[in-house]
Design a protein around this ligand. Structure first.
Ligand SMILES: CC(C)(COP(=O)(O)OP(=O)(O)OC[C@H]1O[C@@H](n2cnc3c(N)ncnc32)[C@H](O)[C@@H]1OP(=O)(O)O)[C@@H](O)C(=O)NCCC(=O)NCCS
Length: 165
């Protein structure tokens, strides 16, 4: 079901930028530690995952900006919503769920996003995420390079104020 949703998302949006050869493996993700799905009328319409920060291309940007170690971070990944259920608030709710999950573990949520994804970026910024850096990335299967915006979310309640910058 989620694979079909992902197929529609990829068709409508450029996400993921390079469509995975094995969508189930991509959705599962070896570094994933928890996932949430959104349902509408009993139908799965979206998902988000929390992963450990390990090997991410944006890792140094996050740790330098926050002055922390990777172990203090939770990477928000695989956030998408069926275009047929878009604009109803599912994306916002999924983001709230994964941020609460990270906070419950004392972790600061971070993410990277295609810099051209204005809608997703607006959603993150409205949820309190701040831009901490930008990267120009390339990887196997990508034609050319991609500008990526790196964000840090609100720190867990009770933690010291984040480093400036
Ligand atoms: C980004 C995405 C998850 C948003 O999901 P959604 O369920 O449609 O979003 P929501 O209805 O919860 O809206 C969330 C916010 O997005 C913004 N938004 C929603 N519709 C918008 C529109 N038509 N134009 C601009 N911004 C819009 C708003 O800021 C909204 O917050 P608000 O309702 O408080 O104003 C979805 O469009 C998607 O799956 N995109 C492709 C995958 C992707 O880019 N994921 C991010 C990976 S890092």
């Amino acid at each position: 079901m989620l694979v079909e949703v992902l197929g529609r998302v990829t068709k409508r949006h450029r996400y993921p930028v390079t469509p995975p050869p094995d969508p189930v493996a991509w959705l599962t993700g070896s570094r994933t530690r928890s996932s949430f799905v959104a349902t509408l009328g009993g139908r799965v319409v979206g998902q988000v995952s929390r992963a450990v920060a390990e090997g991410d291309l944006a890792l140094e940007v996050w740790t330098c900006a926050l002055g922390c170690t990777p172990a203090e971070l939770a990477v928000v990944k695989r956030l998408f919503v069926d275009p047929e259920a878009g604009g109803l608030g599912a994306g916002r709710l999924l983001l709230q769920a994964v941020v609460a999950d990270a906070h419950a573990l004392g972790l600061t949520p971070v993410l990277d996003v295609d810099a051209a994804s204005e809608r997703a970026r607006r959603m993150y910024e409205l949820a309190g995420f701040r831009l901490v850096g930008e990267l120009e990335l390339t990887w196997a299967g990508l034609d050319g390079s991609l500008a990526v915006a790196c964000y840090a979310g609100p720190p867990p309640p009770g933690s010291p104020a984040p480093a400036a910058g």
